[in-house]
Write a protein that binds this ligand. Sequence first.
Ligand SMILES: [Zn+2]
Length: 88
Amino acid sequence: MGRRRLWPVRIDADNWGVTVDTAIHVAARSRAHGPTAALWHVVEMRRPAAEVDGACELTACGALARVSTEQTWPMTGTDVCPSCRTLG
Ligand SMILES: [Zn+2]
């Protein structure tokens, strides 16, 4: 007796609904920086893609890139960020 055991408290919204926790991956195009060409990155998105089309978002590798819903992830080609290719 004595100590009351605390229930584990969930602060994530992972139980609010069936679709809340589904992240989708969308492609985002970074700008060219000097000698570095513009690359495609991946953004983990928890909002409808239509809401973020054209917006700058933080990519999986930590860069800022502009979301394009015209592209689908995973992408193929040589202008894909190597970090995002493995992360996404
Ligand atoms: Zn990247």
